[in-house]
Design a protein around this ligand. Structure first.
Ligand code: CA2
Length: 150
């Protein structure tokens, strides 16, 4: 979409396996299903979408840095790196665009080690616990902010 603001959606480790196991925790959708839904919502909102997944911390950091070149907003589900990665936190702190932290599950209703997030302190807001809908809600939040800016 020429000249449309681009929203980036970045996904961390193991999210490529969604839909294969633990549907009670993460829902039955695959990441490809979620990407399709995001693409539909982005199109309706006249946003371009860049949707990626990696199992590697360094690649996630590199993509966060790369987003500075073209992203108007970022939604990130850093997976388990949410709870461990100072590098992801530092990279997010370099951004000046709105950032929404996304989780499929309600991390606060789960094990204690999931209650702390290195992403939250660098994020504009957090959406968790709504399965694949968490991504849609994140896109809507980013669209509201980006529309207000323009
Ligand atoms: O709820 C979320 O979105 C999480 O970011 C998902 C991560 C987890 O480490 C976070 O605490 C919360 C896990 C990624 C997906 O892991 C799978 C495990 C089994 C089958 C499919 C995916």
């Amino acid at each position: 979409m020429a000249n449309s603001p681009t929203v980036w959606v970045l996904n961390g480790p193991n999210l490529n396996l969604l839909g294969e196991r633990e549907p009670d925790t993460y829902g039955g959708e695959t990441l490809a299903d979620i990407e399709k839904r995001c693409a539909k919502v982005a199109k309706q909102a006249e946003l371009a979408l860049e949707f990626r997944q990696t199992n590697h911390e360094g690649e996630l950091v590199a993509w966060i840095q790369e987003s500075r070149e073209s992203a108007a907003g970022l939604a990130i589900n850093a997976g388990a790196y949410t709870h461990t990665s100072v590098a992801v936190h530092d990279a997010l702190r370099l951004l000046t665009i709105p950032i929404v932290e996304v989780h499929l599950s309600n991390i606060f209703a789960r094990e204690e080690f999931r209650h702390h997030s290195y992403v939250s302190a660098a994020a504009t807001g957090v959406i968790c616990g709504f399965g694949g809908d968490s991504y849609i809600l994140a896109l809507q939040a980013l669209n509201n902010i980006i529309s207000d800016e323009n």
